[in-house]
Design a protein around this ligand. Structure first.
Ligand code: PLP
Length: 437
């Protein structure tokens, strides 16, 4: 094999890569995982579901029964849009969120991450534009970058995506002849902001998108994980033509099985299936049938309730310790479900440049910049409370508080922290406490 002269010794293929790989960079989360997984570090970084709350006996019984009854099917190729029985069961699950749909309109994917990839693949050419909340899910931003799609961020307030800002942005884009291919939103227990859109807000957002003729992508892996037990109605419940709904078993059962889905309008589902077949031929039958058997034979909603309890206890530990240990000027959101708290640091503190010092103090988080396409978010960080024990969360937040105190001391002494984006502190630091965005 001959080698191109444009490579280097580390990667002789450098000159061959497609343009689209130039925007594929390791996410801040990925490089963090290596450090954050050291046992002495309390990781408030990764959003890993708390699988310890799932009984392995129950999973094992489901697998054994599945293999005994449907082993031949489970170990074979399946259909590109997913197992028919599982698609029926998914219809029952989304009905809990007010969605009426037919199994034919469900496309099973390898996690909802793949659904995000497929949706972007079928709608977006390089240079196209989409609209997403700011901040937004890091994995979705990675997909948009990979397809060379421009992301227009629209601000959130304490009720999520802000309707006036959305309307104005759509109008501005239309005036420039740049109609976005879709609006991407996470209305329930947002990752990373921890906020939910009230019903009225959902209706407003839908109405704005409908009148602008823009498709909505509703990403909803956390919808059943509300701490008060009520299940919010999906945006898709009110429009089956203009909304593609994405769901997942990763947070309500097991992320390792890698099964998610899209509920799509008729025409779109055909394209999604063709794209899925091109990517993976079919989603894994083994995982799908395991889930299908589990849903059929186990009280799966009780397991969802157990997860809610586990996450609620951890949310409480996070909020209590934030109130105890955060210095004045720090604010944070108060999630009613899901995995995440979004923290805004005092003026002049830079979460990205502070991270190495935090890891040295044995606590990790994800800096806010990971959740924006354009470098915003330096004053923010995301805390995930889903995985560590409540005691570990308290200890992690205590350590974070210590790091922040040191940063503030540096700032007060030198007018800057060691980071590049330091700026002078404001005189009137607010009391620490729950924030609106
Ligand atoms: C908002 C959001 N969407 C999609 C995903 C992808 O989940 P999965 O591919 O495991 O279904 C995640 C995972 O954390 C997420 O937070």
């Amino acid at each position: 094999m001959t080698t191109e002269s444009h490579g280097n010794r580390l990667d002789p293929h450098l000159a061959r890569y497609a343009q689209r790989t130039h925007s594929m960079t390791a996410s801040e989360i990925r490089s963090l995982f290596a450090v954050a997984s050291r046992p002495e570090v309390v990781s408030l970084a990764g959003g890993m579901p708390n699988i310890a709350a799932l009984s392995m006996d129950v999973v094992s019984r489901s697998v054994t029964e599945m293999l005994a009854k449907r082993g031949q099917v489970a170990l074979q190729y399946g259909s590109g849009n997913g197992d028919p029985r599982l698609r029926e069961q998914i219809c029952d699950i989304v009905a809990l969120q007010g969605i009426t749909t037919h199994p034919d309109d469900v496309v099973v994917t390898v996690g909802s991450q793949m659904a995000l990839d497929l949706v972007t693949r079928i709608f977006c050419d390089p240079g196209d534009v989409i609209v997403a909340e700011a901040p937004s899910y890091v994995g979705a931003l990675g997909v948009f970058r990979a397809y060379q799609v421009g992301v227009e961020h629209v601000a959130m307030d304490e009720h999520g995506l802000e309707p006036t800002a959305l309307r104005e942005r759509l109008e501005t884009l239309a005036a420039q002849g740049r109609t976005p291919k879709f609006v991407y939103t996470i209305p329930t227990f947002h990752n990373p902001a921890g906020l939910s859109q009230p019903q009225q807000r959902r209706a407003e957002i839908l109405q704005i998108c409908q009148s602008a003729g823009v498709l909505v992508i509703e990403d909803d892996p956390y919808g059943l994980l509300g701490f008060e037990g009520s299940i919010p109605e999906a945006i898709r419940a009110h429009d089956s033509d203009g909304v593609i709904y994405l769901g997942s078993f990763s947070k309500t059962f097991a992320a390792g099985l890698r099964v998610g889905w899209a509920v799509a309008p008729h025409g779109v589902r055909e394209k999604l299936t063709l794209a899925a077949e091109a990517a993976v031929l079919c989603p894994p039958a083994y995982s799908q049938l395991t889930i299908s058997t589990y849903l059929e034979t186990q009280p799966w909603m009780d397991q969802v309730k157990t997860f809610r309890e586990v996450y609620r206890e951890r949310r409480d530990a996070a909020l209590e310790s934030l109130a105890q240990f955060m210095p004045a000027g720090t604010t944070w959101t108060r999630p009613d479900g899901g995995f995440y708290v979004w923290v805004t640091l005092p003026d002049g503190i830079d979460a990205t440049s502070m991270l190495p010092r935090a890891v040295t103090a044995r606590v990790a988080y994800v800096p806010g910049t990971a959740f924006y396409i354009d470098g915003q978010g330096r004053q923010n960080l995301r805390i995930s409370y889903c995985f560590p024990t409540p005691d570990a969360i308290r200890e992690g937040v205590r350590r974070l508080g210590g790091v922040l105190e040191e940063e503030l001391e540096l700032l007060n002494t030198f007018g800057t922290t060691a980071g590049p984006a330091g700026s002078a502190p404001t005189d009137q630091a607010a009391a620490p406490g729950p924030q609106t965005l």
